[in-house]
Design a protein around this ligand. Structure first.
Ligand code: PEP
Ligand code: MG
Length: 541
């Protein structure tokens, strides 16, 4: 048995034979050609087919992985339709009397190189997309049939790397899992694999052609693959896999059912999201709303500061799509580990204790007001909550609220409609826990950010893997802080939820329910497992 390790991008187990996937080899005719017109016609036809193909891939990706994941193929279509790119290939055919394949490779490579040399990381990344569409055109020119590369029986696909177009072209019914030597967790391919719910390993440096056709187990829980596993291992992991399948099927039955304990206590189970691209997972997992929309991802995904209009579009889309479900949007929580070049933030000795979140927003008021205006305008389209992060003092909350009122007055004067919304704050510092009574008077809800609350209560850097031994997510001080916050909130009719990772910890669900928690906002995949636990708890006992 061989054991090879990598980085898992989705927990789960895949059992089956390995299929080594090899990208086609492109041997390009570099010689001179005679019939220039015929070559231009071949190029035009191949580009047209490649453009059509992006449309087909878009529809397929939309079905398999959702609209946001499919958007990459719209971008590919636009690249292929670019007149300058097409003209430069045609010029090579006409002026240099070269084949359509040579012209395609040369023109597309040049453009890809141009993108690769740009400073902007977003534009740099477009270089890979250009090379991806280049192979599509070459496949049409050379008559390559990539569909046969997957074999005929369901298998675990092993490849050096997979481009998004290769991934989406794969026949899902023949795909048990994926392993690549290269790849990064946030590549489009990893995103597609996750949304297709495929156990996958990336950065598996030991992959080998000799694995082809051999029986294997991809263990996403332990980030490894076993080639020719022992009978004992096969038995154990087959049982685990069967258990996963059974659990998933059982959980589906909970869709549409309320998250209510046996004695009739209702709790809301919401999902955490990073933007409109996560809308699919909210619905698929039957989340009752969104308890934390980390709006900073709207900023992080943008090359420059998003305009009020761009933000409005993103917030409106989420709020409108999910209405009448509640969507809580947290105002920009940048700084600390989330840095953005265009914000030009100074380097700091202690960034987690530094200029971050509400501290930036209350200092750069024009920046903050842009977001507040976008949020208020979006509030007219559904059921929204606005939440301020990292509040430690009442004056910060009052200043943020005053800015919100200022924006509201401006928007009303400009003729904009504003909907009803709830107002809340994150409780993620010991200071906010200790003054929670004062803060509660001013808001509709509290949401406990247990990731930062644990970091600041225990003085343990959440980013430092070396501190693992000292870090205790169940530290009694953190649990006590949660209890104190719930009690303070309830004294003032302020509802209290948890949106940090601890909310999804099944071993604490009953504890939180007994403390009186009103809402748990967790990663979408944890919604149904939590509902299952909630429905089995009897708080009267
Ligand atoms: C938290 O601190 O628990 C939280 C939810 O916010 P973030 O993880 O984005 O800091
Ligand atoms: Mg936080």
């Amino acid at each position: 048995m061989i054991v090879a390790t990598g980085k898992s991008i989705l927990n789960g187990i895949a059992i089956g034979k390995i299929k080594i996937y090899k990208a086609p080899v492109y041997e390009i005719n570099t010689g001179l050609i005679e019939d220039v017109d015929a070559e231009v016609a071949r190029f035009n036809a191949a580009v047209a087919k490649a453009i059509d193909q992006q449309g087909v891939l878009y529809e397929k990706a939309k079905k398999d992985a959702g609209e946001e994941s499919a958007a990459i193929f719209e971008a590919h279509q636009l690249m292929l339709e670019d007149d300058d790119l097409q003209d430069s290939a045609r010029e090579i055919i006409i002026e240099q009397k070269r084949s359509a394949e040579y012209a395609t490779k040369t023109a597309f490579d040049n453009y890809a190189q141009m993108f690769a040399e740009m400073d902007d990381p977003y534009m740099k990344a477009r270089s890979a997309d250009l090379l991806d569409v280049e192979t599509d055109v070459l496949d049409f020119l050379m008559g390559n049939d990539t569909s046969s590369m997957q074999g005929t029986e369901p298998s675990i696909l092993v490849a050096e790397d997979l481009a998004p177009s290769e991934t989406v072209k794969l026949d899902k019914s023949l795909l048990l899992g994926m392993i690549t030597r290269e790849g990064s967790s946030n590549s489009h391919t990893a995103i597609l694999a996750r949304s297709m719910n495929l156990p996958s390993l990336i950065q598996c440096k030991e992959i080998d052609d000799s694995w082809d056709g051999k029986m294997a187990i991809l263990d996403g829980y332990n980030s490894c693959v076993y080639i020719e596993p022992t009978d004992d291992l096969m038995k154990t992991l087959s049982a685990k896999h069967a258990e996963d399948v059974k659990k998933l099927a059982l959980l589906q039955e909970l869709k549409g059912k309320p998250s209510v304990t046996l004695d009739g206590t209702s709790v809301h189970v919401y999902a955490n999201i990073g933007g409109p691209s996560d809308l699919g997972s909210v619905n698929e997992n039957d989340a009752e709303g969104v308890g934390l929309f980390r709006s900073e991802f709207v900023y992080l995904n943008s090359k420059e500061e998003p305009t009020e209009e761009q933000q409005f579009t993103a917030y409106k889309r989420v709020v409108e799509t999910l209405a009448p479900k509640l969507v809580i949007i947290r105002t920009c929580d940048i700084g600390a580990d989330k840095t953005i070049d265009y914000m030009h933030l100074d380097k700091e000795e202690n960034p987690a204790l530094g200029f971050r979140a509400i501290r930036i927003c209350l200092t750069r008021k024009d920046f903050f007001k842009k977001q507040l205006r976008a949020l208020l305008r979006a509030s007219a389209f559904g059921n929204m909550g606005i939440m301020f992060p990292m509040i430690i003092s009442k004056w910060e909350l009052m200043e943020a609220k005053a800015l919100l009122e200022e924006c509201k007055a401006e928007l009303i004067k400009e003729g904009h409609k504003i909907g009803k919304y709830q107002l809340g704050i994150m409780i993620e510092t010991p200071a906010s826990v200790l003054v929670a009574d004062d803060l509660a008077e001013e808001v509709d809800f509290f949401s406990l950010g247990t990731n930062d609350l644990t970091q600041y209560t225990c003085a343990i850097d959440r980013q430092n893997a070396k501190l693992e031994r000292f870090s205790d997510t169940h530290h009694p001080a953190v649990l006590k802080a949660i209890q104190m916050t719930i009690e303070a909130g309830h004294r003032h009719n302020t509802w209290v939820g948890i949106c940090g990772e601890l909310g999804a910890d099944p071993t604490l669900t009953e504890t939180f329910l007994r403390m009186g928690i009103d809402e748990l906002s967790v990663n979408a995949k944890s919604v149904l497992p939590l509902r299952k636990i909630i429905r089995s708890v009897d708080l009267s006992k």
